[in-house]
Design a protein around this ligand. Structure first.
Ligand code: ATP
Length: 184
């Protein structure tokens, strides 16, 4: 009796697929079309007025897409982000550099700074480069130009950081800021 060899069916013509009912075939064709349309939209050419309108809106108001493996991660990030924002915006103490009130910053930035300063019984300081700015004021390098001596430290040192705070700033609303007392 002849034995069946392995792979004898390989060359055989495929069995005819059972015919789909007319309705189903139509659906499949339409699905194919939809897929094609989506691909066209993906490359940027809208095919309908609505799609064009949406594309225009997206271009005008681009959305930030957060990519994360799990949705919960995105939520966690958003909550964390919002909490951080609230913490910064809600702190009115002025201790955070990022918490800047625009109008105060405006005032502080536009107010002219003196070329030299002298405070209390301190030596005279020339204002040099800006070091940075905080919520209510700006900080500059002060170089001693008169008074003091080579070994002087503290408020009579050769080089100091001088912070200017506008008297109308929020930080001065209730008199000299507490920060000043701490520095003293
Ligand atoms: N001694 C210093 N040496 C170098 N840079 C300084 C010095 N002091 C302040 N700065 C710079 O100036 C920036 C503002 O300092 P500041 O003390 O005003 O910050 P802040 O406490 O956040 O502000 P604010 O008290 O007005 O809210 C700092 O972020 C830092 O870059």
């Amino acid at each position: 009796m002849p034995e069946l060899r392995k792979g004898v069916c390989r060359g055989r013509a495929k069995l005819a697929q059972p015919q789909q009912p007319q309705e189903t075939r139509k659906q499949t064709r339409n699905q194919g079309r939809k897929r094609g349309a989506a691909a066209v939209i993906e490359v940027g050419r809208p095919r309908t007025r609505l799609a064009a309108k949406r594309l225009k809106e997206e271009e005008e108001h681009p959305q930030v897409v957060v990519i994360s493996e799990r949705e919960s991660d995105i939520l966690k990030e958003l909550v964390k982000d919002n909490k951080e924002k609230e913490a910064v915006m809600g702190d009115d103490s002025g201790g955070l550099s990022a918490n800047k009130a625009p109008e105060q910053e405006e005032e502080g930035s536009t107010a002219p700074f003196p070329e030299r300063v002298q405070f209390g019984g301190s030596p005279m300081y020339r204002i040099e480069r800006k070091l940075g700015k905080g919520g209510f004021g700006q900080v500059f390098v002060g170089r001693r130009v008169s008074g003091g001596n080579e070994r002087a430290t503290g408020s009579a040192a050769m080089e100091v950081a001088l912070k200017f705070e506008h008297r109308n700033s929020k930080g001065c609303s209730y008199g000299p800021p507490y920060e000043w007392q701490v520095y003293k």
